[in-house]
Write a new protein. Sequence first.
Length: 314
Amino acid sequence: MKKMLFLIIVLCFSIHAQNPVNGGVVKTDTTLSHTLQRFVKEGGLDKEFDTGDDGMETISLAVIDLTGKEPVMGGVYPYNFIYPASVYKMYVAAEALEQVSQGKYSLYSDFIVKAPNAVDNTKEIKTDPRPLLKENDTVTVNYLLDLMITRSDNSAANCLIDLTRRENVNNLLHQYGWFGSEVTRKFLSRKYEDPGYDKVRGTVTCAQHAAEFMLRVQTNTLVNPWVSLQMKALLARQLDKSKLAAGLPANVMYSHKTGWFSYWTNDVGIVEDGKICYIVSCFVPVPEEQAIPKMKELSGKIYNYIKSIHPEKY
């Protein structure tokens, strides 16, 4: 009840983000927020869900419409911190790209996979032909980045967390005000964690922070244009098309990162069809099998709504 009250209070305040292009504030569109609330209710996602030991949890949803002259945003519990599953791999990727940009190493520097980082026994995307990483494999940083984002490979993520170091990833997040979204854990059992990380809280983030991350990617202001463009290129090659992507028309480009585990199913990305452009950030505390049809329906409704409020584009 205490958590629910907090979420209600947050929802009552204006949702806002800094506009990285002009330094202003992205205005809240109350009509967009109310429309999103209606869509969430129609999909049966407007309630608390039981997530086992983590208690009762709610959706976290944010949308930033970039189609008009000025961006506007809306959401449903956008500041609710929730387990992101593999979505937080994009935060690790951003720091790796920043370090490449700084000349600490190159995209083509070799990296040797070490235990206990090679954790995957099956591929997250079974149709991907690339083999599972094994201990003592030598691969490039670029290969790890692509594997981590496009296939959501956990072993690659663990390697890149070692390479970038968590404190550096979190310093990048703090630079943009994304406090609370710190990367705290690798994708492995706590008994194999690095000293000092075996008892930390699990990683969480919120739809608002993830949407702001994508806003910086889209406006080439995530660190610098090179990092932003490299990040978007990785996101554009995402292989998991089962969630929000499933509700979009075939002619739409969706650059995104998904994540799913146990009770949580998430998808965050940039939607573009050459006429409209928006960011959607959706974290649903529902197991993947149940969440997929709901997310497909929600995605289609959001796309059609954004399209309907910009008739001049069609």
